[in-house]
Design a protein around this ligand. Structure first.
Ligand SMILES: [Zn+2]
Length: 403
């Protein structure tokens, strides 16, 4: 690569990003907005057209002379893979550069079996969704992956994740980079859920929001001034381990009465099991009491009107509301979004959650915040992984655009 190309590389990325952000834009506007010369813009645009990153898309309004030709980015110029590794599920989707989903796969998974079993399963669901989407591997630009635990960003590993025994320090990112042959970007599931909702869901247009993911674990993704807040070491938002009852049951983290141990999916199922054993009347079957019961079964029974199941979700909503009120008092977000598998129970959990938040927050913080269910549903995190992959790919001027 000669000197001219070294200089032009970052400029190409700048021009491509400008075209990506605009619906359509002319060469003159690009020159004006980047400060590049008209001739430099012409050369870069010609190369981007040639390589298929952008297309000409009609002509704009004339400001005296010839009508300018407008340029737009080509969403099919590349594809990204989004992976969501949950405690008990895997989901993968492949999208174009506008985050339109081409194919999606979801599978049951057990993250507690460790990387020896887990990593091949993660790679394999990625390969399967790429095949289903009929994506040319040459056009795969990057992979985004969400994992259910706090992270070490520099190394691309998770740090002592309570629900991921065996994964502590395991180099997830470098493993997958070798497997897929493209850059891999990693973040935790709640952060990427927040990013997904911020870009494509209930958080669009906001600068400050909190996303509480309620699934097997409970975590909070925090967006401050339009960016994910990671904290000093990447462990910000671990509200699953906020104590809501000091005399409560033991938690995977070694503590007692953590929110996650009392209101996460397995906790809801365990409480249902105990109630059945104690002889409480319910439409949940007695046979389900011995570990075969899931939060989904309880949600289903609740939807059919089962008083015990409804009570369990209402209780979980109240407990999550306690932690959510602290999040609101602390961060003053513009919106609080509730996502994750358990939140699919909707009003069963949201009603008491909202009531608790209303009672426990200071007026200055609560006045302009609404508490809503995630718009992207079970896709929040995987689409957040896509958003991360796209953001990092186009941010990096060192990316190989195939020029
Ligand atoms: Zn805990």
């Amino acid at each position: 690569m000669n000197g001219t190309e070294l200089i032009r590389g970052p400029n190409k990325a700048t021009v491509l990003n400008l075209v990506r952000q605009a619906q359509s834009i002319s060469r003159t506007q690009i020159a004006r907005q980047t400060g590049l010369s008209r001739s430099a813009v012409s050369t870069i645009v010609a190369e981007l057209l040639e390589a298929g990153w952008i297309v000409e898309c009609g002509s704009g309004k004339s400001s005296g002379g010839r009508r300018p030709i407008l340029l737009a980015h080509r969403p099919q110029a590349g594809y990204v893979l989004g992976l969501d590794v949950g405690a008990s599920h895997l989901s993968a989707l492949v999208t174009d550069l506008d985050a339109h989903v081409l194919a999606e796969v979801r599978r049951a998974f057990d993250v507690s079996r460790g990387p020896g079993v887990g990593l091949p399963a993660i790679a394999s669901i990625g390969e399967d969704v790429l095949a289903q989407g009929d994506v040319d591997r040459q056009q795969l630009l990057a992979v985004g992956i969400a994992v259910p635990g706090p992270l070490d960003y520099q190394r691309g590993t998770v740090i002592a994740p309570p629900i991921m025994p065996g994964w502590d320090g395991f180099p997830i990112r470098s493993h997958l980079e070798v497997r897929f042959g493209v850059p891999v970007y990693l973040d935790n599931d709640a952060n990427l859920g927040a990013l997904g909702e911020l870009r494509y869901g209930a958080g669009r247009g906001l600068q400050n929001l909190a996303f509480i993911k309620v699934a097997t674990g409970i975590g909070c993704g925090i967006v401050i001034d339009g960016r994910i807040y990671h904290g000093q070491t990447g462990a910000a938002g671990e509200i699953g381990h906020v104590v809501v009852d000091p005399d409560g049951p033991p938690c995977t983290c070694g503590g007692f009465g953590c929110l996650e141990a009392m209101a996460g999916g397995p906790a809801i199922a365990a409480r249902a099991g105990l109630a059945i054993q104690a002889g409480q009347s319910t439409i949940l079957r007695t046979g389900q009491a011995n570990g075969n019961l899931s939060a989904r079964d309880v949600a289903e029974a609740a939807r059919r009107g089962d008083p015990l199941s409804r009570q369990l979700f209402a209780d979980a909503g109240r407990l999550i509301g306690l932690a959510a009120a602290d999040v609101i008092n602390l961060l003053n977000p513009g919106r609080l979004i509730i996502g994750g598998g358990v939140s699919q129970a909707g009003d069963l959990i949201l009603e008491t959650l909202r009531e608790t938040v209303d009672r426990r927050t200071v007026r200055a913080a609560i006045e302009n915040v609404d508490v809503v269910q995630s718009e992207l549903g079970v896709r929040s995190t995987a689409l957040g992984a896509v958003a991360l992959a796209l953001q990092e790919t186009f941010k990096s001027s060192a990316v190989d655009f195939g020029f």
